[in-house]
Write a protein that binds this ligand. Structure first.
Ligand code: SAM
Ligand code: DTB
Ligand code: SF4
Length: 342
């Protein structure tokens, strides 16, 4: 691969090129990823999203990683679709905590048309607060994607999760093509795409490469790429899977940054189990977005106090809504309050 092509948006990545990136000495890979990152983003800028589960549990899909699948007994407390005012209130609190994007997730295979009215009202209510909106509701048809766009939805999260080859060992109730179809309807409707995957599900490097190839060779790169580290939940089939080498996780972030240089790469689920130093390496490798807040959808997230402290220690500045992260001018104020101090 020609190093000088790094930094340009490409949609024709070949497997052998990605394999070559993974085989680089770690420091060389991180240097290249950080170089690309700086061509497209202010390296001190971090985009901060928060999550709310708007409908929890008893999902008809059999995703082996997910605590919300009705196929697994995880002791999760189920909850029907929340009321619009509950959702807007949660978003208001998140905004007050400095969050720019509010992501709402539902444990559905697909939304019913009856539910969409309420979901549209949620989008309008959260947008009225001046926040970016993101929804993840499962599969959509063209009409539903159009309705969400008309309600003002900014992003739709729909993950490919892993390679096409490994997909069937993790999920049997839908196909990779189902996922690609929804992603196409979302793009065609004019909604920004948030699409990534989960690492550490027992897949091999070739599957991680397969996922990255799918994402980076889309006609348009996903605007946001969430990279989740599996949260191993008791009662799911993946509760005891071998843990991924943390440095392999960092390599994946770096390769994602190089392949999709203009996308937000989000250090997503799994941060609770990561040290500050590992997260700092992920930021160095090009991650520039996180989920912030005490909870992900149903599992605990890294604590907000610890995150504030970490951003302070690393001199990172939060992006504002609609900020593209290209030119966040560091304020020079990198003071921070340690957790627990008044
Ligand atoms: N039901 C919708 C769907 O599957 O698209 C939306 C909600 S689903 C929980 C959203 C994403 O959460 C999944 O695509 C998966 O990538 C991620 N996820 C679920 N359980 C996870 C876990 N235990 N660890 C890491 N990521 C997980
Ligand atoms: C994404 O890629 N990760 C988020 C969000 N998109 C919806 C979800 C993580 C869920 C982790 C398990 C849980 O809390 O239920
Ligand atoms: Fe349902 Fe989404 Fe969980 Fe799969 S990942 S079981 S579709 S909530």
């Amino acid at each position: 691969m020609n190093y000088s092509t790094i930094g340009k948006l490409r949609h024709d990545w070949k497997r052998h090129e990605v394999e070559t990136l993974f085989l680089l000495p770690f420091n060389e890979l991180l240097f290249r990823a950080q170089t690309v990152h700086r061509e497209f983003f202010d390296p001190a800028a971090v985009q901060v999203s928060s999550l709310l589960s708007i409908k929890t549990g008893s999902c008809p899909e059999d995703c082996a990683y997910c605590p919300q699948s009705a196929y697994h007994n995880t002791g999760l407390e189920e909850e029907d679709l929340l009321e619009v005012r509950q959702v807007v209130e949660a978003a208001r609190k998140a905004r007050a905590a400095g969050v720019s994007r509010f992501c709402m997730g539902a444990a559905w295979r697909n939304p019913g048309d009856d539910d969409l009215g309420k979901v549209e009202a949620m989008i309008r209510g959260v947008k009225a607060l001046g926040m970016e909106t993101c929804m993840t509701l499962g599969m959509l048809d063209r009409g539903q994607a159009g309705r969400l766009q008309a309600a003002g939805l900014d992003y739709y999260n729909h993950n490919l999760d892993t390679s096409p080859e490994f997909y069937g060992t993790v999920i049997t109730t839908r196909t990779y093509q189902d996922r690609l179809n929804t992603l196409r309807y979302v793009r065609e409707a004019g909604i920004k795409v948030c699409c990534g995957g989960i690492l550490g599900m027992g897949e091999e490097r070739k599957d991680r490469i397969g996922l990255l190839l799918q994402l980076a060779n889309m006609e348009q790169h996903p605007d946001s790429v969430p990279v989740n580290l599996l949260v191993q939940v008791e009662g799911t089939p993946l509760e005891a899977v071998d843990q991924l080498d943390p440095l392999e996780f960092v390599r994946c972030i770096a390769v994602a940054r190089i392949m999709m240089p203009a996308s937000l790469v989000r250090l997503s689920a799994g941060r609770e189990s990561m040290s500050d130093e590992l997260q700092a390496l992920c930021f160095l490798a090009g991650a520039n977005s996180v989920f912030y807040g005490d909870k992900l959808l149903t599992t605990p997230n890294a604590e907000t106090c610890g995150d504030d402290e970490l951003f302070g220690r690393l001199g990172m500045q939060r992006m504002k809504p609609a900020d593209d992260g290209r030119a966040v001018t560091p304020s020079g104020d990198i003071s921070y309050r340690a957790c627990g101090s008044s």
